[in-house]
Design a protein around this ligand. Structure first.
Ligand code: PAF
Length: 284
């Protein structure tokens, strides 16, 4: 695996892959990698000959009171894990390299509507930061395909919208959520949780499955959402939301809608926020 710390190095190293006619796959990350990320790498490999991963904790997607400073960083372990997962090129830029005019004065990309609800409403500016850095990274890597986890479902929709509206010439592939044994979706933030909280966070996945079941059983959306919020609270988690939305764009479904829905949950477990979701499949 090669490592590029500057844009010039990245371009130079990618040029060789392009000259060889290789299809380039890209997995953007904020590091502190776990099995969920490595599953994205493996999926990228299925779609590409040359797999590029970036590790960059992006300051513009964190709010002023969020965990940018304490976000877990483990560059050595990440590099070793990426190498083992078959990554060809690691892009490990500094903040200055990505934001040459500084984070306050950078050109920003804003994705309205789908980026403004749920996480966008609770974390103002978050998706502007995500869209801005991902747009920059897409310009730098010029991949043929990029892989994003379905765990960050709203982020996935924001990226799809970004790609279509700004006509980035690449395909977005969604990777399934990877879960711990008791159902908790893998996330770098899980390591903030103590053992007891981590164990009870398994209720998030159970709640999502119950929401899907409720929709399939014909329960009202309001009943499904309030039962979910109650189940999360009863487990000692503070729900920010537990909602049913249209999977295509996160708009509010009509009361009778039963198909094309996604259940989304965000909770606070102490000072840690956890998000998860499930697409609601019809009864098989
Ligand atoms: O999902 C993440 O890790 C980040 O939001 C991303 C896409 C790497 C942008 O910083």
């Amino acid at each position: 695996m090669q490592t590029a710390r500057t844009i010039a190095q990245l371009r130079q190293r990618l040029a060789a892959a392009r000259r060889a006619g290789h299809r380039v796959g890209f997995v953007p990350t904020m590091g502190n990698l776990h099995e969920g990320h490595y599953s994205l790498l493996r999926l990228a490999r299925e779609h590409a000959d040359c797999v590029v991963a970036s590790v960059f904790v992006n300051p513009t997607q964190f709010g002023p009171n969020e965990d940018f400073a304490r976000y877990p960083r483990s560059p050595d372990a990440d590099a070793a894990g990426l190498q083992e997962a078959g990554c060809d090129l690691l892009f490990l830029p500094s903040v200055e390299e990505v934001y040459p005019y500084g984070v306050e004065q950078c050109v920003k990309i804003s994705v309205p509507v789908v980026g403004a609800t749920l996480e966008g409403a609770l974390r103002p500016g978050h998706f502007d930061g995500v869209a801005t850095v991902v747009g920059k990274l897409f310009n730098l890597v010029q991949a043929d395909v990029a892989v994003f986890g379905q765990k960050d479902y709203q982020q996935l929709l924001v990226i799809r919208r970004l790609v279509r509206d700004l006509a980035f010439p690449l395909e977005i592939v969604a990777a399934p959520i990877v879960r711990e044994a008791h159902g908790l979706a893998m996330s770098s933030r899980n390591q903030y949780l103590d053992a007891a909280t981590r164990a009870k966070a398994g209720v998030i996945h159970a709640t999502l499955l119950a929401m899907a079941e409720g929709v399939r059983n014909g329960d009202s959306h309001a009943a499904v959402e309030s039962a979910a919020a109650a189940a999360l609270a009863a487990a000692g988690l503070s729900p920010d939301y537990a909602v049913l939305r249209r999977a295509a764009d996160l708009s509010q479904p009509d009361p009778g809608e039963r198909t094309g829905l996604v259940a989304l949950v965000a909770v606070r477990a102490g000072s840690t926020r956890l998000i998860d979701n499930t697409l609601i499949q019809p009864q098989s």
